[in-house]
Design a binder for this molecule. Structure first.
Ligand SMILES: C[S@@+](CC[C@H](N)C(=O)[O-])C[C@H]1O[C@@H](n2cnc3c(N)ncnc32)[C@H](O)[C@@H]1O
Length: 404
């Protein structure tokens, strides 16, 4: 028997207890190259089927993969065949097995017995259904700072993690998976990318989940201090040639055509600018989660609508009322310009209080009397001109003038 090798009977015990009934978890930890390599295997239920989830962690790199029984059996053989000093801990419903292989190659074995645990296989569907769990996102999560070195989502980043997941879920609802040649180009712009959480995740989601292997994502932000870290993240993840970051005002960005425009909490009228750019660039999809909104608050007042004077006098009610009106105007303008629009809560209000999204897909005849009439009636009742109307006047005028 070679140094560090386990006895055949011990190997067989590890195999049968890991792949048999009552298996809860197997963890092996090995020192190598001054660091530690840790692998764990546990059963999970995915889509009603029993699978095995392996987590491999080395330094700051963590990878999580799911295997069927054959893949898990191969993994167990690799674990058993591991050389060098190591510790193995096998947990089953009836007890634990501890194996310690010392530096000198001595194998020390201990077993607990008489334990009665329930080996429940935890359903993994909820996690599996999250967009960030539909591809190997471990490297992204760490590079973006959403996960710590062990691959766990940082408590302080849970809200952002949820926002990105739920935003991508909506992308998956509107954008059909790539059905044509894999080389179909799909272009997306993220306006006001900030720390680029969404920008980079969107790229991976388009490629690995929706199958657009030739996807390209551009992030546009006017802040000079965010571009370096965003570019570094793209380089680290080896996608710098497909995820480009530009330092510019949204209003200065131009592209002939674009498939998808996203904006997540672009401040104030930057949301309107993103929407306007999306329309001008003939974006098929516009997904916009607005942020703070000040524009309408400046112009709306008791003179706009007397019955609301008491409401508008209260700062917080005035703010919320203006947010709602602004989003309603945005939705109506987009409908006039040929988009099907749904205003929805894309994520829970615990993840962010700014949880409204305008989910828009081009595809109806522009300038229909219904949407135009509804828009004019609301706008004129409030005696305001929304910022987006002014911004998109060249495209809107012909539709609005017919009913004015
Ligand atoms: C609240 S942050 C959101 C960042 C990111 N989308 C997220 O959700 O994590 C808003 C970002 O929009 C950018 N921004 C606001 N107005 C802009 C404009 N007119 N042009 C370009 N970027 C703008 C800001 O610089 C900032 O980085």
């Amino acid at each position: 028997m070679e140094k560090y090798e386990l006895e055949d009977s011990l190997k067989e015990e590890i195999r049968s207890r890991t792949l048999g009934e009552g298996f809860i978890k197997l963890v092996q930890s090995v020192r190598r190259g001054g660091g530690r390599f840790r692998i764990s295997l546990r059963p999970v239920e995915i889509g009603g089927e029993r699978k095995y989830q392996a987590e491999m962690a080395e330094g700051r790199d963590v990878q999580v993969k799911n295997f069927d029984a054959n893949g898990a059996a191969e993994g167990v053989e690799e674990i058993i065949a591991q050389k060098g000093a190591r510790e193995l801990h096998l947990i089953t419903a009836t007890g634990d097995l501890h194996v310690r292989v010392t530096k000198k190659g001595h194998v020390l074995v201990s077993r607990s017995s008489g334990v009665e645990r329930e080996a429940t296989v935890k359903p993994h569907d909820r996690v599996k259904n999250l967009p960030l769990a539909q591809f190997d996102s471990a490297a992204y999560l760490k590079a973006a700072g959403l996960a710590d070195g062990d691959g766990r989502i940082r408590a302080s980043m849970r809200g952002k993690y949820d926002q990105v997941n739920e935003f991508l879920k909506v992308v998956g609802e509107v954008v059909a998976p790539c059905a044509k040649a894999p080389s179909t180009v799909f272009t997306a712009v993220d306006f006001g990318y900030g720390k680029a959480y969404l920008t980079v995740a969107l790229y991976f989601y388009l490629v690995h989940v929706l199958g657009y292997s030739d996807a390209k994502v551009v992030g546009v932000d006017r802040r000079a201090d965010v571009i370096e870290s965003a570019r570094k993240m793209a380089e680290k993840l080896d996608v710098a040639d497909r995820v480009e970051f530009i330092e510019a005002d949204i209003g200065a960005y131009n592209a002939e055509s674009i498939d998808l425009v996203v904006s997540l909490h672009a401040c104030d009228t930057a949301t309107d600018e993103s929407i306007a750019k999306g329309v001008e660039m003939h974006a098929r999809y516009i997904l916009s989660a607005p942020c703070c909104q000040h524009e309408l608050q400046k112009t709306i007042g008791p003179q706009s609508s007397k019955p609301f004077a008491g409401l508008l006098r209260q700062g917080i009610l005035r703010e919320r009322m203006c947010d709602i009106l602004t989003d309603a105007f945005r939705a109506m303008i987009l409908r006039i310009l040929g988009y099907k629009v749904q205003v929805m809560e894309f994520v829970s209000s615990e993840a962010t209080a700014r949880n409204i999204m305008l989910k828009c897909e081009y595809g109806v005849k522009p300038g229909q009397p219904g949407p135009v009439g509804e828009y004019l009636e609301l706008r004129d009742w409030w005696k305001v001109v929304p910022w987006l109307e002014t911004r998109l006047a060249p495209l809107l005028e012909k539709h609005l003038s017919r009913y004015d």
